[in-house]
Design a protein around this ligand. Structure first.
Ligand SMILES: NC(=O)c1ccc[n+]([C@@H]2O[C@H](COP(=O)([O-])OP(=O)(O)OC[C@H]3O[C@@H](n4cnc5c(N)ncnc54)[C@H](OP(=O)(O)O)[C@@H]3O)[C@@H](O)[C@H]2O)c1
Length: 250
């Protein structure tokens, strides 16, 4: 087990923290991992694609911070449990859990949707964050500190045609997060949900009607996660809604 985690400093306020980021191989998760590493955190990187994770790990190491890659399919409960076991065996604790991995199938009306796609969407966006939260909580409660950030979406605030399962998962993730906060606030554990509008990542397929320059950038979301991580122990930014300043569809 690695014990030599650094002390936090003004330049590296998260140097004493171990942060697990899911979906860290690209897009928003990669930006979050790099931002937390720049603030000194030790990173655990999870996603399915080992080669992409290895590149993120390498970038973090080059910047002088410790990182561990654990290839994981989050729709598989055994792999989710193994992710936590491996992390705890290596670092002894998880101070920050960022449930970022998510996504959905292409837009499909409910009558044409495949049940397997619904199950996959709910597993990835809702079930995996719930299981990961359950697994990290005991050690956070014992230490009376910790931060859990769940990546939601504007689709978790307003439903849209063709995205029923994705919206259902994100609405439910907000409900889970609000209940979680009420359970753990007395233990000093922060819980935050981030609901971004369109972010320029591979999740959003090319579309002639959308101006990608008007979308949010992954770094905008990463910056929000960083500010949640360094927020005063007195306050919990439970729900953060990020709209692109300009409408990408105009
Ligand atoms: N982009 C947007 O406009 C937008 C807006 C609102 C909210 N969000 C939310 O923000 C989060 C990140 O989205 P993004 O835009 O960065 O998506 P992205 O570019 O498609 O990245 C998704 C990440 O999740 C990982 N992932 C997918 N399925 C997985 C699985 N079964 N097991 C483990 N990891 C898996 C992917 O890695 P592998 O493929 O290697 O597994 C990848 O690292 C999601 O929760 C999404 O719902 C995105």
């Amino acid at each position: 087990m690695l014990k030599a985690i650094k002390m936090s400093t003004a330049a590296e306020p998260l140097a004493d923290r171990v942060a697990l980021v899911t979906g860290a191989s690209r897009g928003i998760g990669q930006a979050i991992a790099l931002r937390l590493a720049r603030a000194g955190a030790t990173l655990v990187l999870a996603a399915r694609t080992a080669s992409a994770l290895a590149q993120v790990e390498e970038a973090i190491r080059r910047a002088g911070t410790e990182a561990l890659t654990i290839p994981t399919d989050l729709t598989n409960d055994q792999q989710v449990e193994q992710l936590i076991r491996t992390t705890l065996a290596r670092f002894g604790r998880i101070d920050m859990l960022v449930n970022n991995a998510g996504g959905g199938p292409p837009r499909t009306p409910i009558v044409k949707a495949r049940l397997a796609d619904w199950e996959w969407t709910l597993r990835l966006n809702l079930w995996a964050p719930m299981v990961l939260t359950k697994l990290v909580l005991p050690s956070m409660i014992a230490r009376r500190c910790g931060t859990i950030v769940n990546l939601c979406s504007l689709a978790g605030l307003t439903g849209k045609a063709g995205e029923a399962a994705y919206a259902a998962a994100k609405f439910a993730l907000r409900g889970f997060s609000q209940s979680l906060f009420e359970e753990v606030r007395e233990h000093g554990i922060k819980v935050a949900v981030i609901c971004p509008g369109y972010v320029d990542t591979p999740l959003i397929p090319p579309n002639r009607r959308v101006d990608r320059n008007k979308m949010l950038h992954p770094d905008d979301v990463a910056e929000a996660v960083y500010h949640i991580a360094i927020a005063s122990p007195r306050c919990c930014p439970l729900e953060v809604v990020l709209h692109p300043q300009h409408d990408p569809f105009t």
